[in-house]
Design a protein around this ligand. Structure first.
Ligand SMILES: [Fe+2]
Ligand SMILES: [Fe+2]
Length: 283
């Protein structure tokens, strides 16, 4: 029998807005479909974290809608903001318990696991940055968490490059080395990020891995060429399910939902008359 672990649903980049993020992608429908299918599939999920870009352009409507959707799922959730968010507005509207008041917080998810979340966004910019104060808070919480059990970090911007020219230019530009040093020193199990809109794992043997969840809205195509513009793809919503135990870290990608189409029917006049007269309905 495997030791007690933690099954953590890791979502990112929900990009809520009214309408579409790119043609054919309705981010709210995507997440609603995704949640609905996960519940229907009876997946064993202890908790959920969303690693930023909750709203596409920081709209009030988006944050209110996200709160309603988070109210509808059976697992507890916490969120951190990303570069597309308006943190003050989002914190107020998504609110307790999903969006803690402080820029750095620690959540005791279960007996053996704490999740430390941090706001890495810089208002008006796409890259990420951590202040000296934030790093000091992370260090204090990491020390406390490591004395009680396992702990994880969650922030929007990956602290390391992945080889995608454009996205690497928007990574965590300030504080990456210090954050990684804290994670390594206090033996974080993983650093959970988003922002890339693709799945990506950065393994560092003997040290804390960086795990990037895909977005539930549009995909950003991975591209290893220099100075190429971003390209996007419409595809089914997806996320990562991490299972942490003392033995191992198991990650699977979950996809759910997909495209749907509205198909117009073409009733015959005979059918129209029959239906209105409640006559026998032939096949
Ligand atoms: Fe994003
Ligand atoms: Fe982002």
């Amino acid at each position: 029998v495997e030791a007690v672990g933690l099954r953590l649903l890791h979502l990112s980049d929900t990009h809520f807005c009214q309408g579409e993020t790119i043609p054919g992608v309705d981010p709210v429908a995507n997440l609603a479909t995704f949640f609905g299918e996960l519940v229907d599939r009876r997946l064993d999920i202890d908790a959920c974290v969303i690693t930023g870009d909750l709203a596409h352009s920081g709209e009030e409507w988006a944050y209110r809608r996200l709160r309603l959707l988070l109210n509808s799922v059976p697992w507890p959730t916490r969120v951190v903001p990303g570069n597309h968010d308006v943190a003050d507005l989002g914190r107020r509207l998504v609110g307790f318990p999903y969006w803690p008041d402080d820029d750095v917080w620690s959540w005791q998810v279960s007996d053996g696991f704490a999740l430390i979340g941090l706001n890495s966004a810089v208002p008006g910019y796409h890259h990420g940055s951590l202040s000296i104060d934030s790093l000091a808070s992370v260090e204090g919480m990491a020390k406390a968490a490591s004395q009680q059990g396992e702990w994880l970090l969650a922030l929007h911007h990956p602290p390391l490059e992945v080889g995608h020219w454009w996205m690497d230019g928007q990574k965590l530009l300030n504080g990456s080395d210090a954050l990684l040093a804290i994670a390594d020193r206090f033996k974080a199990v993983a650093i959970l990020c988003g922002h890339l809109h693709t799945t990506g794992f950065i393994q560092r043997p003997g040290r804390t891995p960086v795990l990037v969840a895909p977005g539930t809205a549009h995909e950003v195509l991975f591209d290893d060429g220099l100075e190429r513009p971003l390209r996007f793809r419409r595809r089914s919503p997806r996320a990562l399910l991490h299972k942490f135990s003392s033995e191992r870290l198991t990650t699977v990608e979950l996809t759910a939902g997909g495209a749907s189409w509205l198909v117009d029917g073409h009733p015959w006049e005979e059918e129209r008359q029959r239906t209105n007269s409640r006559g026998p309905a032939r096949q």
